[in-house]
Design a protein around this ligand. Structure first.
Ligand code: ADP
Length: 663
């Protein structure tokens, strides 16, 4: 029952004279006390206890009597207690023990419990004793602890409320502010002190989405309301809040307060409004763009990403494809789903990597005037010229990207009518060339005959001017024959009527033959064949490849008017199983600006014409077609006034030992 400091600390109460009682009569009085009472003598021995003391400490009276008082307190207090007890007897007075200290009692079962003790000097049978009244404080302490916890809880809640960014306030049923958290101070700019007692809707100039009375009625009726309000802050600025209001009733069920939590959604609302406006504008623009596109006679569509997903297509696009292409669908998926196929100029299936649209979105290429034929779901075919290009973002900020991917604009031009016109023209050229062949052959035959027979002395000798005129006629007719042959080749190629008579052929021998023949026609040029080996065999139409080499070497000679070396090289491209051939001259070259067009029909470079070199512009076109039909490729490198090198490849025959080789 003690703390070491209690004797010094306890304030002395009035030191009235000790009450005198007789041990024989006091017991009944002790027993009616609600507190445990223990009387000790100066030696600290228990001489009397009441029933409560027995109950509190768990000992019977018999056990307690005669025991030292220290029996009733934990061992750790014994020494101090003995000292203080002696001190108390030297100056006895009525007082409470250890105010503000935690006094502890010890039960028989060893359990400790909080106690409150008051001490009274007592003359028992004429001797000074001390009467200790001990109260078990277990229940009170527990209640105190609980109250403390509740208090802490309330503080915590208040802190929590202040921590919230939301404005949290309590108002009475007429709208007077009762409580105003930090969030409210921050949001509205009014301090709690300023706001308290003010009518909330006057203070904040509240704008309601519906009549205030209607809201109040709902709070009253349903106990709550949620909605958006506009408040005016202290600085005059407006804030939009998401408000939740709940009614609190008192014990009698009468409305006592309204709890209001207001969340600032001003920025969110503003953002939503801007987004909404932007969205509306974008939609309007898209609709306008769609109208513009729909008004165009050509098929136009926009795709994005490497899969060429559709962004936008006009009405004509649908009729060109013969099917509607859903937005965001990848191109290949659209084509397969609708059984649409694409073909090249020669009618061969076009590999997807060559589709103009895919070349644009995948490689960022600008594809102009690529000829494709669309075979539509119903089986009908449509020849189109495709232009595909990557769109640039406005203000030249680079490429336009959508979801991080390139956007390409693709335009299809229906060339059915052009094709028909071209077909008619080809037909005309073909017929004309055919019809020219016979009279030209007659002309050439007679011119030859006149020259040869006169030379042999048959008939009268011709005057010099006559034989010169005849030679001119012969030359002109030869040119005309060449032209008609070329024209016929072109029309055959166009119509797909040119058939190759393939046979394994040693291309090196063929090159030698052509070179020897052409060398005989020029003394100013030195023709040289360079080959890494004796034979390179390809499965070709020898007549057609001879035509190609004659044309290329012929051009090398023709376009080197000052003469010079012409080198023909042949080698094996082991990696690609091809024969490589190059024809190099040091002639006038081809201007860089005309490189891209030089394989076109009737295409001649400006410098060739300026030099007065005659030609039709058909040779290279025919050469490339012929080489490609052999499965090879033809290209060139050239610099004006430096020279040109034409390269071609032909697939090699794996078994070069093939016995049946056309040399
Ligand atoms: P052409 O009958 O005009 O020679 P081609 O189709 O053979 O027709 O050649 C097309 C054009 O390419 C020529 O007109 C000429 O401008 C250019 N060209 C072809 N080969 C050469 C070359 N070796 N050097 C310079 N220009 C050439």
């Amino acid at each position: 029952m003690s703390d070491a400091r209690e004797y010094q600390r306890a304030p002395a109460s009035s030191s009235s004279a000790p009450i005198a009682v007789a041990s024989t009569t006091v017991q009944p009085f002790l027993d009616i006390s609600p507190d445990a009472l223990v009387i000790i003598n100066r030696a600290g021995t228990i001489v009397l206890v009441n029933r409560q003391a027995e109950a509190v400490f768990g000992y019977t009276r018999e056990v307690l009597l005669g025991q030292p008082l220290e029996l009733l307190l934990p061992q750790r207090f014994h020494d101090a207690h003995i000292a203080h007890r002696e001190h108390y007897f030297s100056s006895p007075h009525t007082r409470s023990m250890g105010i503000g200290l935690h006094l502890v009692g010890l039960r028989k079962d060893g359990a400790e419990f909080p106690v409150e003790i008051s001490l009274n000097p007592l003359l028992l049978d004429g001797t000074l004793h001390t009467l200790a009244a001990i109260r078990d404080m277990t229940a009170q302490r527990a209640a105190e602890r609980e109250r403390l916890q509740q208090l802490q809880h309330i503080h915590l809640q208040a802190d929590l409320i202040n921590l919230a960014h939301d404005a949290i306030l309590v108002r009475d049923p007429v709208g007077r502010v009762l409580s105003w958290n930090k969030g409210a101070e921050e949001l509205y700019g009014w301090t709690a002190q300023e706001a308290q007692g003010r009518i909330i809707h006057t203070l904040l100039k509240t704008r309601y989405p519906l009549a205030r009375s209607a809201i109040e009625a709902q709070v009253e009726r349903e106990g709550q309301w949620e909605g958006e309000l506009v408040h005016t802050c202290r600085d005059g600025s407006l804030v939009t809040v998401e408000s939740r209001q709940a009614l609190v009733r008192d014990e009698a069920g009468q409305p006592s307060a309204i709890l209001e939590i207001n969340r600032d959604v001003t920025r969110r609302r503003r953002r939503e409004q801007t987004e909404h406006a932007e969205y509306a504008e974008t939609t309007a623009r898209l609709a306008f763009l769609q109208q513009v596109l729909d008004a165009l006679p050509s098929s136009v569509y926009l795709v994005y990403g490497p899969e060429a997903r559709l962004l936008l297509a006009n009405r004509e696009a649908r009729s060109v494809w013969g099917a509607a292409w859903p937005t965001a669908q990848p191109m290949l998926e659209f084509l397969t789903t609708n059984k649409i196929a694409l073909f090249d100029l020669q009618g061969r299936p076009l590999p997807p990597e060559h589709y103009a649209t895919l070349r644009a979105v995948r490689q960022g290429e600008t594809v102009l005037q690529q000829q494709e034929t669309i075979r539509r779901p119903g089986g009908s075919s449509l020849p189109v010229l495709v232009n595909a290009l990557i769109l640039s973002a406005p203000q030249g900020t680079g490429q336009l990207v959508l979801q991080g991917e390139r956007v390409a604009l693709v335009v299809h031009q229906d060339v059915t009518t052009l094709k028909e016109a071209e077909y008619l023209k080809d037909e005309f050229v073909s017929i004309a060339a055919h019809e020219l062949r016979t009279p030209l052959a007659v002309l050439k035959g007679f011119a030859d005959m006149l020259l040869v027979q006169t030379a042999r002395g048959r008939g009268p000798a011709l005057a010099k001017w006559q034989s010169e005129a005849l030679e001119e006629i012969e030359l002109a007719v030869t040119r005309l024959v060449d032209l008609t042959e070329e024209l016929l080749d072109v029309t055959r190629l166009q119509a797909g009527r040119l058939l190759l008579q393939r046979t394994p052929t040693n291309v090196i021998s063929l090159a030698h033959r052509v070179t020897t023949l052409l060398q005989q026609m020029t003394t100013r040029h030195q023709l040289e064949v360079r080959a890494t080996q004796q034979a390179l065999v390809a499965d070709i139409d020898p007549g057609r490849i001879e035509q190609v080499l004659t044309n290329l070497i012929g051009n090398a000679i023709k376009y080197s008017p000052q003469g010079g070396p012409v080198t023909i090289a042949l080698w094996e491209e082991t990696a690609t199983h091809e024969i490589g051939i190059s024809v190099r001259d040091r002639g006038i070259g081809i201007p860089q600006s005309q490189h891209a067009q030089i394989f076109g029909r009737f295409m001649r470079a400006d410098n060739a014409q300026a030099w007065g070199i005659s030609g039709t512009g058909l040779g290279l076109y025919i050469c490339r077609e012929l080489v490609e039909r052999h499965g090879g490729q033809l290209w060139f490198e050239s610099r004006e006034n430096v020279g040109s090198t034409f390269f071609l490849t032909l697939p090699i025959i794996a078994n070069q030992e093939s016995s049946d080789v056309n040399a």
